[in-house]
Design a protein around this ligand. Structure first.
Ligand SMILES: [Zn+2]
Length: 282
């Protein structure tokens, strides 16, 4: 299947009743794919393939439509699964190998099934929740509280100073791996406040000219990453070692090998920062 475009997928909780249906299978937070999935661009299963797992399917949810065809996720249960000619693949493994549209659909599938499995009872009164008929929402039968799928917004920022870009390494990452600074948005904060605060907390510098770049769903487990580019005239980093292991200025034509690939937003953000420096230099 060629020309997979992000705009061809419409996220929705409602079926349109198309004749055909695409199905994703999720088991314990991972996705079930054909053994040879790396040879294919399109990874959704048709009904006859998915039906091999219908006996262990506990939940079916609409995730939306792809080019006018209903797409559904099945949540599978059991202690062990007979995978037949399929394999179980962790979402993180797919991040750099899949095209963006298929990753988006699988990521939405995993998040909805995880939400569905974790919200069967009310967090306030302990009553039993039931699914709303109109949307992906659990409602408590006793106290009427609603539970929507949880999304946690976070920011990531590439900072430019002259012909250099600031990159950092988290302590859990191997040596040589770098990315832009990132962190969660606190309750009550705007995204822009969060960028300024995170940069000050992690490397102790002030930034200016904050520009929005783009966003990406980051399903580990339910984050929404908002990307920014910023500038600074302050080169003196005061690295908070409780937050990050290392932060360094890299000249735009000497960027390290271990930066994220352009298939994910953080990689494209760093590419844009490098391009901005190049253009400024002309
Ligand atoms: Zn309740």
């Amino acid at each position: 299947m060629n020309n997979l475009l992000l705009n061809d997928f419409h996220a929705s909780s409602d079926y349109i009743g198309s004749e055909k249906k695409w199905i994703f299978l999720i088991f314990k937070g991972s996705v079930i794919l054909r053994n040879n999935y790396l040879n294919d661009d399109w990874l959704a299963l048709d009904y006859s393939s998915a039906a091999l797992f219908s006996e262990v399917c506990e939940t079916k949810l609409c995730i939306g439509q792809y080019k006018g065809i209903d797409c559904e996720v099945w949540g599978l249960v059991g202690s062990k699964l007979d995978l037949k000619s399929f394999i179980l693949v962790e979402l993180r493994e797919l991040l750099v190998t899949l095209n963006e549209i298929v990753f988006t659909m699988i990521s939405r599938s995993v998040q909805l099934i995880t939400w569905h499995e974790s919200n069967k009872f009310c967090g306030r009164c302990g009553g039993k929740n039931s699914m709303s008929k109109n949307e992906h929402c659990f409602v408590c039968k006793k106290c009427d509280l609603s539970f929507y799928p949880k999304i946690s917004p976070c920011i990531i920022v590439a900072i430019i100073n002259g012909d250099e870009c600031l990159l950092a390494r988290q302590s859990s990452w191997p040596a040589g791996r770098y990315s832009a600074l990132a962190g969660f948005i606190e309750s009550g904060e705007t995204a822009e406040q969060a960028v300024n605060r995170e940069v000050m907390e992690e490397v102790g510098i002030k930034i200016t000219n904050l520009t929005y770049f783009g966003s990406q769903s980051w399903p580990f487990p339910g984050q929404l990453m908002l990307g920014y580019i910023a500038e600074t005239t302050d080169k003196n980093l005061r690295v908070n070692e409780l937050e990050i292991a290392e932060a360094k200025w890299f000249k735009f034509d000497e960027m390290p090998i271990g930066i994220p690939p352009s298939s994910i937003m953080s990689g494209r953000l760093i590419e844009r920062a490098v391009l901005t420096i190049r253009n400024n230099a002309i």
